[in-house]
Write a protein that binds this ligand. Structure first.
Ligand code: SF4
Ligand SMILES: [Zn+2]
Length: 117
């Protein structure tokens, strides 16, 4: 679920338009193409990364109130790396080296058989 930027009602994330105020939520009628909208009177371009680095060549710039390519410059470009707990790292390391554990187990079993005889 997502929120309509105009009437702030909760709407289906795949909805093409808001069922309450009929504001278009997706561009070109395609559910996969998000349409970003300014929430106040300030154009989107003022907080857009592509306006800040001067790479946008959209004709709506710098007064776009809606845009499909908007990128909030306050958000990090790369998602933050997930924090791995030591237990998770050990488990991952053991699963990656499972073959060597099997080989070590066979060697120890062979030594045990030789020593018992
Ligand atoms: S991508 Fe859209 S919001 Fe960003 S600067 Fe260009 S027109 Fe403005
Ligand atoms: Zn709405």
């Amino acid at each position: 679920m997502s929120e309509c930027p105009k009437c702030h009602q909760t709407v289906d994330a795949q909805a093409l338009e808001c069922p309450y105020c009929r504001t278009a939520l997706k561009a070109y009628g395609h559910p996969g193409m998000k349409l970003y909208r300014a929430t106040g009177s300030e154009p989107l371009c003022l907080s857009c990364l592509y306006h800040a680095d001067d790479t946008c060549n959209f004709p709506k710039r710098p007064d776009a109130m809606d845009c499909t390519l908007y990128r909030d410059r306050a958000q990090p470009l790369l998602p933050t790396a997930p924090s791995y707990t030591p237990g998770f790292q050990l488990k991952t390391w053991m699963s990656r080296n499972l073959v060597w554990f099997a080989v070590l187990g066979l060697i120890l079993l062979s030594l045990l058989i030789v020593l018992v005889r």
